[in-house]
Write a protein that binds this ligand. Structure first.
Ligand code: PLP
Length: 222
């Protein structure tokens, strides 16, 4: 068995079957992705539109592609025909474009709302009031081809375990609040995408349903 396949097996051995593993293959070659695929793994994540489109076209169509990076509105059209889940949706404007392109492709696209939970400054991610205003808006409610299935966040890059725990716990409480307020009757709203190579064990302790792992599977990126 290849090292990549072994790494995937080892991670899957540490998580329960209800937690989804997204193998983050950004910067990695088609051959490396094929090695992972040969171990039976089907879910891969990319954070650049062009790279994702190139890989989608070349690699087997059974792959379930997730877009995990910041998505620019003008690039939605390139991935709308095939993307399985968009992890980092953080504006009404982006939702509107996803809905439009999904409609053109005759699809409904599943998305996660990205929240800003880390201490680090970042332009990306909702704060709870903006997320609630968006979900409550008439415009959002008119979108027929986008489905919000949960939340996503990234913890601060730090060795301070209490800090990471606090941030993941905050994301879980945002999830719970949105569930109560907007998705109480919607069983599909169930995903909390949190946890990367360095912090996925903590993320799982704090209720993650989806972990996004790159370097622990494919090795360090150059
Ligand atoms: C790169 C990336 C990951 C994976 O990071 P690793 O530390 O290599 O596991 C997870 N999530 C997002 C959003 C990323 O960009």
């Amino acid at each position: 068995m290849s090292n990549i396949a072994k790494n995937i097996e080892s991670i899957k051995g540490k998580i329960t079957p209800n937690i989804k593993l997204v193998a983050v293959s950004k910067t990695k070659s088609d051959a490396e992705i094929l090695e992972a695929l040969e171990s039976g793994h089907l879910i891969f994540g990319e954070n650049k539109v062009q790279e994702l489109v190139d890989k989608y076209e070349i690699l087997p169509k059974e792959i379930e592609w997730h877009f995990i990076g910041h998505l620019q509105t003008n690039k939605v059209k390139y991935i709308a025909p095939f993307v399985k889940l968009i992890h980092a949706v953080d504006s009404l404007k982006l939702m509107k474009e996803i809905n439009k392109q999904a409609t053109k492709s005759n699809r409904t696209i599943d998305c996660l709302l990205q929240f800003h939970i880390a201490k680090e400054d970042s332009k990306f991610g909702f704060k709870p009031p903006a997320a609630k205003a968006t979900l409550g808006s008439l415009e959002f409610r008119s979108f027929q081809n986008i489905r919000i299935v949960g939340v996503m966040g990234m913890a601060t890059y730090t060795s301070d375990q209490n800090q990471i725990r606090m941030e993941f716990s905050r994301l879980r409480s945002y999830f719970a609040e949105l569930k109560d307020t907007f998705f109480a009757q919607k069983p599909y709203f169930k995903e909390i995408s949190m946890g990367m190579s360095a912090d996925y064990k903590m993320a799982i302790e704090m209720g993650s349903t989806m972990i996004r792992i790159g370097s622990s599977i494919f090795g360090p990126r150059s």
